[in-house]
Design a protein around this ligand. Structure first.
Ligand code: ADP
Ligand code: GLC
Length: 488
């Protein structure tokens, strides 16, 4: 099939979270299956700064939105580890900024332009997609554009659309006054009337209404977002479309995240020989300036430090646990000042137990996944989550809240049967998290002898599971075939 895949992040070029990982891994997997996949994303400043072997393919394109003419050019590079071309929309006034997302008041314009440019690129390259695959609110205008501004072009007659919701907490909801600047000013009748009457225009809702199929990134999250409490205002619309709403669990890049080949690690390891993991732990702890002891469990965190991720529970629970048990904690993450300050203060208060790196670092992320014994991910909600899967693969037992993709990938360890790969709490409160940490510490025991054997059984359950894209990609193919039958 011909697939146009549009995303605001693609790992290897620009990434703030899991959307970037998926937007690299899924097109790569589709490409490997023989589909003609083309990816489109913005040329952010950070992308342009590096030499990705760019080749200019369109000297000048333009789009007129609300009376303003936006001019752009298009460059092409190859998605690492594949033959898949990635097209970069270069428009320095919109994308040439230090961060990927911004608070400059023109996010609607930045991503409306991305959607327009993506379809214009198809026209210019004479690439007629069977499926246009949009991801999150930033690209959710693609379906409605095919029904409005691009409806005249026979090239798109057979084009169908899929929208993947990676996080319903971000919807791209703007004052309705932005409508002309999305290029939909003349198509206001197509936009959901209630929202316009309320003075709002919501990118994601528009995508939900117009996409031929909607997917989200785990089966549990697909159910959750149809409930009013978790649908963040869009549950009723999703219920209306439940016949074409599918939950497909994300995969992980098993080449990038493999402890037996990981290029970032001081020592590699596998289930058959975990000595390297102990070396990673030693390295993690000592380079962070903490004293090392084999029997002391090290907890790890790698995360955006935002409300979604549940670190407010940690604020209540961790100081007590650290004081009582002597565990160690290595944290990597940036985000809301409240959480950054909490972890900084925690490191000052427990200088032999806690290390906090306020940074975004691929390398340190790998070092923590490998060097920690336990991975802490108490998300309030989690559409899928990738880090718990990386942890399982690295023999690092995850502690998670039973929600979304965490519920679909982590099962609670029962020391009697030896089943389960981590620690799962149901009630999102202090008691829940405290209980799960207690369960993890009980399973760890003394960290020696028989207790260690029990821990190995737990590690094995995680390390032997498969989370690769090979199986997931066929689920996407089914959705593509459903919306665009007879193709591919
Ligand atoms: P989300 O997309 O909600 O942030 P996921 O678990 O799906 O959550 O994906 C997060 C991705 O971002 C993972 O690949 C994780 O390793 C990465 N990540 C998050 N914070 C950092 C950081 N500070 N440094 C490096 N990688 C990070
Ligand atoms: C979002 C979600 C996360 C998911 C990722 C990739 O950022 O928060 O749970 O894994 O998208 O789909």
């Amino acid at each position: 099939m011909n697939v146009l895949f549009v995303s605001s992040e693609v790992a290897g070029f620009a990434k703030t979270g899991g959307l970037g990982d998926v937007s690299a891994a899924l097109p790569r997997a589709l490409g490997a299956r023989g589909h003609d996949v083309r990816v489109v994303m913005p040329m952010y400043a950070r992308v342009e700064e590096k030499d990705h072997g760019f080749e200019r393919v369109i000297r000048e394109g333009d789009v007129e939105l609300g009376g303003v003419r936006v001019v752009y050019s298009v460059f092409r590079a190859t998605l690492p580890g594949s033959q898949v071309p990635v097209y970069f929309v270069r428009c320095p006034s919109l994308y040439g900024r230090p961060s990927i997302y911004g608070q400059d008041g023109d996010e609607h314009l930045r991503f409306a332009v991305l959607c327009w440019a993506a379809l214009q690129i198809c026209q210019r390259l004479r690439f007629s997609p069977d499926v246009v695959h949009a991801n999150d609110w930033q690209t959710a205008l693609l379906p409605i554009l095919l029904k409005s501004g691009f409806a005249w072009d026979r090239m798109f007659d057979r084009t169908r659309t899929v929208l993947t919701i990676h996080n319903i907490g971000h919807q791209g909801s703007f004052d309705a006054g932005v409508l002309p600047q999305t290029g939909l000013g003349g198509s206001a009748h197509l936009v959901h009337g209630d929202q316009l009457r309320e003075g709002r225009f919501n990118f994601l809702l528009t995508g939900i209404l117009y996409a031929n199929a909607i997917t989200t990134v785990s089966p549990t999250y697909a159910r959750e977002i149809q409930h009013d409490e978790q649908g963040v205002g869009l549950a009723a619309f999703l219920r209306e479309r439940r016949e074409v709403l599918f939950g497909i669990l994300n995969g992980i890049d098993e080449g990038e995240w493999d402890p037996s080949t990981d290029r970032y690690l001081p020592a590699t390891y596998s289930l058959a020989d975990l000595a390297g993991k102990e070396a990673c732990k030693h390295n993690l702890v000592t380079t962070a300036g903490l004293p090392y002891a084999r029997h002391v469990p090290v907890f790890g965190v790698v995360s955006r430090l935002v409300w979604q991720k549940g670190f407010d529970l940690c604020q209540k629970v961790l100081p007590r646990v650290l004081a009582k048990t002597g565990i160690q904690l290595a944290v990597l993450g940036t985000g809301e000042p409240e959480h950054e300050q909490f972890f900084s203060a925690l490191a000052r208060r427990f200088p032999k137990q806690v290390a906090y790196r306020r940074a975004f670092s691929e390398e340190v992320a790998h070092l923590i996944e490998a060097g920690a014994d336990v991975f802490l991910m108490p998300s309030r909600y989690e559409p899928c989550g990738l880090n718990q899967m990386y942890s399982l693969r690295y023999g690092t037992a995850p502690i998670v809240h039973k929600t979304g993709g965490l519920a679909d990938t982590v099962s609670h360890f029962d020391p009697r049967t030896g089943r389960g790969n981590g620690f799962v709490f149901e009630h999102f409160d202090e008691g829940g998290l405290g209980w799960a940490i207690g369960q993890a510490l009980a399973a760890w025991g003394s960290g020696r002898g028989k207790d260690r054997e029990r821990w190995h059984a737990l590690q094995k359950n995680g390390m032997t599971a498969s989370f690769g894209w090979a199986e997931r990609v066929t689920a996407y193919e089914q959705v593509y075939r459903l919306v665009a039958p007879g193709r591919g």
